[in-house]
Design a protein around this ligand. Sequence first.
Ligand SMILES: NC(=O)c1ccc[n+]([C@@H]2O[C@H](COP(=O)([O-])OP(=O)(O)OC[C@H]3O[C@@H](n4cnc5c(N)ncnc54)[C@H](OP(=O)(O)O)[C@@H]3O)[C@@H](O)[C@H]2O)c1
Length: 343
Amino acid sequence: MQGFRVAVVGATGAVGREIIKTLYERNFPIKDIVALASARSVGQEISFGDKRVLKVQNLDTFDFSTTDIGLFSPGGAISAVHAPRAAAAGCIVIDNTSHFRMEPDVPLVIPEVNPQALHKIRRGIVANPNCSTMQMLVALKPLHDRAKIKRIVVATYQSVSGAGKEGMDELFSQTKASFVNDPATPQIFTKPIAFNCIPHIDVFMEDGSTKEEWKMVVETKKILDPDIAVHATCVRVPVFIGHSEAINVEFHTPLTPDEARAIWREAPGVVVVDHREDGGYITPLESAGEDATYVSRIRRDPTVEHGLAFWCVSDNLRKGAALNAVQIAETLVEMKLIGQKAA
Ligand SMILES: NC(=O)c1ccc[n+]([C@@H]2O[C@H](COP(=O)([O-])OP(=O)(O)OC[C@H]3O[C@@H](n4cnc5c(N)ncnc54)[C@H](OP(=O)(O)O)[C@@H]3O)[C@@H](O)[C@H]2O)c1
């Protein structure tokens, strides 16, 4: 049988489950697939399509020597140990965690933006960008090609699934508790998330920004252009799935909203929904389960010489994580950068 031997690491998590679903839906050429997680989950069952059930195996004891591709999302500390172990066994690792993203010899790839970086896989590891960076750059790359971006100011409205299955559980339980007047006790988030917004994602840095904001800055420079100035404010909001972003861009040369609209109509991965009327825009609820990065509310930003403002929404578990990882695998196959190990 033609196809690859694939391991999904962190298979019981929010991203891992979506990866398994995406591999099946996109009919990725699979000869064999294994689901890996911690010892806690061994024996748990995960569906692969309608007919097949995968029994979760223990990552700690799994031998990657016959695995072609490993799609990893077990958290940074776990990837730090097991991604190099899998790579040393000849498995190409596509890692969703932030652990390897900024290492110079690890390509950080969005297939619509910088697929050429895949020619430089030195350590057997490819990194998947942060979910907020991902959707922003899918939208901005075709505009940058036309008018060269000078500066980006972005505010994010990030869903709780960005903090994994426990983040989703916390919004659900706090929402339920509020109806019976139970106090909301934050565990995953630093303040109540139900009926609230929290301007704090990941740890604080020395300059007062958070690490999530820092990731948007440095990943944009690594993936798109080191000369672009970026300022981000990242906010957690009580939405289950789908990140939203209000983005202001300053270009070096003129670009009108109509020109941007025309460019986006041809751009891979982007869908424009922009009617200047009630409901003529996309909300995160509508993006859940979809592959596209949606662009709405396109207008001139008159506060700078060549400015554009828009609203950008995407499913953080799909394009923000699982879909991009699977697209990287598909691109590796198309570019003939990955082979199948002998049986
Ligand atoms: N959610 C997003 O939108 C998103 C987007 C991009 C990147 N990411 C990154 O992807 C990673 C996973 O995120 P998530 O949202 O899927 O988290 P999650 O829902 O909490 O899932 C974590 C997964 O990692 C596994 N895991 C934890 N400790 C492990 C260990 N010691 N050994 C093996 N497996 C272990 C868990 O298995 P058990 O069930 O056995 O504990 C589970 O399968 C994080 O690094 C996150 O930053 C997330």
